[in-house]
Design a binder for this molecule. Sequence first.
Ligand code: CTP
Length: 220
Amino acid sequence: MSALEGKTLIVTAGPTIEPIDPVRFLSNHSTGKMGYAIAGALAARGARVVLVSGRTALDTPAGVERVDVLSAEEMYRAVMERFEASDGAVMCAAVADYTPVEVSPVKMKKSDDDLVIRLKRTKDIAAEAGRRKGDRMLMGFALETDHEQENALGKLRRKNLDFIVLNSLRDPGAGFAGDTNKITIIDRQGEITDCPLESKRAAAERIADRIEAWFAARGC
Ligand code: CTP
């Protein structure tokens, strides 16, 4: 029997959308493919998976319960409402770090002047989950362009994660777009596992293996 049988796991995936006015927003290039693949892999091993998803063009994986959100604030609330009752979370979403201070209730009209949009920091969902973690499993992601392992390990420690999955934008075939990924998994002990370039589905199975082993090692 899989150690994931009966576990409740939250997976965040996709981009967040930060509104400027009723028709415009700030966002990023995340497609949600990696998070959806992880959600599907965990559900196939018997976990109850709640996928908290930003806007994507993907179908919900079999056996997964999906909660749709748009902004970082909505994603924060959807995760925090469910975190206490969960056994852990995989924070795969590309959450905006900044959001407009003011959202215009009407469509903004252009003028000849430059436009300045003031941004404020969003709440860090992974870091807050790290503070409330207890004995739950927590995995985060890091997309880096330089000093990759050092930066990723720093994020793992700051956010109190058990694992951080590193994507290097220097690796061809890794990152947001496409169906492949090249990941490095770093655990709390600083142990580094470099994985080959492979399909996002295969990378998701590898990630699910590590999560399953984490629960198995605790005998729970
Ligand atoms: N994350 C989150 N909530 C946020 C921002 C990030 O949960 N508001 C999570 C992501 O889902 C991912 C990890 O934190 O698991 C990424 O860490 P972060 O430090 O935010 O990455 P970057 O935004 O790329 O950071 P930096 O600008 O510091 O490189």
